[in-house]
Design a protein around this ligand. Structure first.
Ligand code: PGA
Length: 253
């Protein structure tokens, strides 16, 4: 089986000004200097991206945006493009987060356009999928994931498995303190990998990292990471404090 380097990603959502983001990023960088065999990404708000990327120059921490528009430029008030995100020093972008789907009308179709635009500009999309509590209770988890994957990845052309990161985030576990059990996470991740295999072949599917997201904390990360198809975490609340996030990054040391 392909060795997948774990990725611990922090989604800072609408928290921290530029100054606060730089302070936290530098503190985190200092705390995880010794981290080996793990990759780290943080996603501050748009207005902090350039400052944080500049502050982290030479550091191993990657910077990502939390959203993008699929057009390169134009009359789209309030939006920013993949090229602008690259220009701000980013290598990654979160796409299709459930908060964007829930509150900002994101659809599988807009997610697909964003993923293709990100790839074209050389960004790695961190593609979020996941079912709501009602869908889980109605035993629709697999069909929801299947549709989100098929629609979201339409026309995506891999050059290498690291072109994409998938994040499984059950909506009922985000910011609620309810983590999926590691067996629930593994079951979903295994299913997602089987879909990736159907769409892109085994070699690519084996190399793609699938992150778990939803109330990941220092005291549950290790158990989740022991599961064979869990390749990292997308962390919201617990990524805001550098000490706590540092512990997550150093989960195996
Ligand atoms: P949480 O958020 O860790 O606060 O549950 C995860 C996410 O929204 O990516």
């Amino acid at each position: 089986m392909t060795q997948r380097v774990p990725l611990i990603a922090g989604n800072w959502k609408m928290h921290k000004t530029g100054t606060q983001a730089v302070e936290a990023a530098e503190r985190l960088d200092g705390l995880i200097k010794e981290a080996a065999g793990v990759e780290v990404m943080i996603a501050p708000v748009h207005t902090a991206l350039y400052q944080v990327s500049r502050a982290l120059k030479g550091s191993a921490i990657a910077v990502g945006a939390q959203n993008l528009h699929w057009e390169q430029q134009g009359a789209f008030t309030g939006e920013i493009s993949a090229e602008m995100i690259v220009d701000a020093g980013c290598s990654h972008v979160i796409v299709g987060h459930s908060e964007r789907r829930q509150f900002f009308g994101e659809t599988d179709d807009s997610v697909n356009r964003k993923i293709l635009a990100a790839k074209k500009a050389g960004l790695v999309p961190v593609f979020c999928i996941g079912e709501t509590e009602t869908q889980r209770e109605a035993r629709e988890t697999f069909s929801v994931l299947d549709k989100q994957m098929q629609d979201g990845l339409k026309s995506f052309a891999f050059e290498k498995p690291s072109d994409l990161v998938v994040a499984y985030e059950p909506v009922w576990a985000i910011g609620t303190g309810k983590t999926a059990t590691r067996d629930q996470a593994q079951e979903a991740h295994q299913f997602i990998r089987s879909l990736l295999e159907k769409l892109f072949g085994k070699l690519t599917a084996d190399g793609i990292r699938i992150l778990y997201g939803g109330s990941v904390k220092p005291d549950n990360v290790e158990a989740l990471m022991e599961m064979p198809d869990v390749d990292g975490a997308l962390v919201g609340g617990a990524s805001l404090d550098p000490e706590t996030f540092g512990k997550l990054v150093l989960f195996n040391q």
